[in-house]
Design a protein around this ligand. Structure first.
Ligand SMILES: [Fe+2]
Length: 346
């Protein structure tokens, strides 16, 4: 089957499932989600129980913005849910969101975690932290800046430099230090790599367990997911081999990214969409959601899960997400410019 046919049949399949998503039926709200349905379902069930409004979720692993652009004014989407500031900004820039200025939402979500123009809203955060070998790393503190120190030569593992999780971090480095510093820093980090960037965040923990490297960059929630993975119990061993170091705790804090939501441009069930967004913003919902996915609620004082608490306290960098978003393109250019994905020059 050609790639085109595959894509087409995938689209047709999803369109068939969309028959269930009646546009503009009272008592419903339609969600287009990059998040796995099982991660958000408990929360949506609680919303339905409280409001009587049914939710329909269309899960997409890519092409959400393109799909909504193609659907245009006929799009049944009311609310978009996704991870990563990059994807939230992509939705806004792609013209598939509409601004929301809602007193309840704005009160529950601190300003730094939402678009100043109301195009997107963060609900939970995840730290981009250092996974360090329990056996071989005695350090109890670290900074992102130190990752370029020759003391770590040949000891660092990381996934693709162009992955949105790394781009978010590199964009924050540009925001704090400027592009020239960040370019030099990226070259230093690249020379400290044990191998070419490869794998996902979880596999970096596996590499540490295997002795390929001593430290790696990874997101906080994967440690919770690995520690509780009964289906793939070997991941529990990967997680048990590492400890989390929260970078820059002594100064600006650890880089965090967000998962969030946006109001769809043509939301046919706009009133229900607003009710859902107000519900998801509430401290209680943030807390349920954060526990479900091992993330941190954005509302100050709302607690993460016990497992996440066991990692130790996080001090999040207070840089605004709008500013991180603004530096993503430059970060991506620098990754290419320094040949980051080629690995160390040796
Ligand atoms: Fe992830």
């Amino acid at each position: 089957m050609s790639g085109f046919t595959k894509t087409l049949s995938a689209l047709m399949l999803s369109s068939a499932s969309l028959v269930a998503l009646h546009p503009a039926v009272a008592g419903e709200v339609n969600i287009y989600s990059y998040r796995q349905p099982e991660l958000i379902q408990p929360l949506l069930d609680a919303f339905t129980k409280e409001t009587g409004i049914d939710t329909n979720v269309l899960f997409l692993d890519k092409g959400l913005v393109e799909r909504m652009q193609a659907e245009g004014v006929n799009s049944p989407a009311d609310v978009i849910m996704t991870v990563d500031i990059g994807r939230l900004v992509e939705a806004k820039d792609g013209g598939v969101t509409q601004p929301l200025d809602d007193a309840v939402v704005n009160k529950d979500i601190p300003a730094q975690y939402r678009d100043p123009e109301g195009g997107w809203f963060g609900l939970t955060t995840r730290g981009r932290v250092v996974y360090a070998s329990k056996d071989r790393v005695s350090d109890t503190a670290i900074t992102y800046e130190e990752l370029a120190d020759p003391k770590w030569k040949g000891k660092i593992c990381i996934r693709d430099g162009q992955h949105s999780y790394n781009i978010g971090l590199f964009a924050s480095m540009i925001a704090h230090h400027g592009a020239d510093y960040t370019e030099t820093w990226l070259r230093g980090l690249k020379e400290n790599l044990a191998r070419k960037p490869d794998g996902n965040d979880r596999s970096q923990a596996k590499s540490i367990m295997a002795g390929e490297c001593d430290i790696a960059l990874g997101n906080t929630y994967y440690v919770g997911l690995m520690l509780t993975n009964d289906k793939e119990p070997q991941e529990k061993e990967w997680a048990a081999a590492i400890k989390i170091l929260f970078p820059n705790t002594a100064d600006r804090g650890t880089h965090v990214n967000i998962s969030g939501m946006a109001l769809a441009k043509n939301a046919p069930n706009k009133d229900n969409a607003l009710k859902l967004m107000e519900y998801l913003s509430s401290g209680e919902a943030q807390q349920i959601y954060a526990e479900q996915v091992f993330e941190y609620p954005v509302m100050p004082g709302a607690e993460p899960s016990e497992i996440v608490k066991s990692f130790g306290p996080i001090k999040p960098d207070t840089l605004s997400f709008a500013e991180i978003a603004a530096n993503r393109k430059k970060a991506s250019e620098l990754v290419d410019k320094v040949g980051f994905n080629d690995g160390p020059s040796m």
